[in-house]
Design a protein around this ligand. Structure first.
Ligand SMILES: [Zn+2]
Length: 170
């Protein structure tokens, strides 16, 4: 993705109030972000680890989504859990369940969308082999490009569900 400024990040959020977006904790070292290796910027709030955020390029603009940590997914050390976005296997608490309030009327009624995702939201780095998990790699006959495309598609469908404000789909 293209580098994003703090102002643009804060302006991108679709499912929290403007005040929240103004106050939320940004990544500690935004200047050191490896933008070229990212399909989206995801991070845990440095001051409130139960909060997480992700910002992605979508439809020619930026879409930012505020997430809450619903629960750490605890498994035995011998079992691994897959991230539903990048399909990377993680051991222990490497995958977490996050929930995102939906936009509009659905969100005001308390509707959320859940996603099991890399707890550090570093999906883009895992699919490119820039970051490894303790669970090791899972053999897949996909190229890095195909894994990236799959992660982007999975993220897009998650964002589509967050952006769907129709109560009928709640
Ligand atoms: Zn992931």
């Amino acid at each position: 993705m293209n580098p994003v400024t703090e102002r643009d990040l804060r302006a991108s959020f679709v499912n929290c109030s403007k005040g929240e977006a103004r106050r939320l904790g940004l990544p500690r070292d935004l200047a050191a972000t490896p933008w070229a290796d990212l399909d989206f910027l995801g991070w845990r709030d440095p001051g409130a680890p139960e909060r997480a955020y992700l910002v992605a390029e979508r439809g020619g603009g930026l879409t930012g989504v505020a997430l809450r940590l619903a629960q750490d997914v605890r498994r035995s050390p011998t079992k691994s859990t897959l991230c539903s976005v990048c399909v990377t296997p993680h051991a222990g608490t490497g995958v977490a369940l996050f929930t995102a309030p939906r936009v509009g009327a659905a969100g005001r009624q308390g509707n959320t969308v859940g996603v099991y995702m890399c707890a550090d939201l570093a999906c883009s780095l895992y699919v490119r082999g820039r970051k490894q998990t303790e669970a090791g790699t899972r053999f897949e006959s996909l190229t890095a490009e195909e894994k990236v495309a799959r992660a982007v598609a999975n993220l897009d469908s998650f964002l589509g569900r967050v952006l769907d404000d129709t109560l009928a789909n709640a």
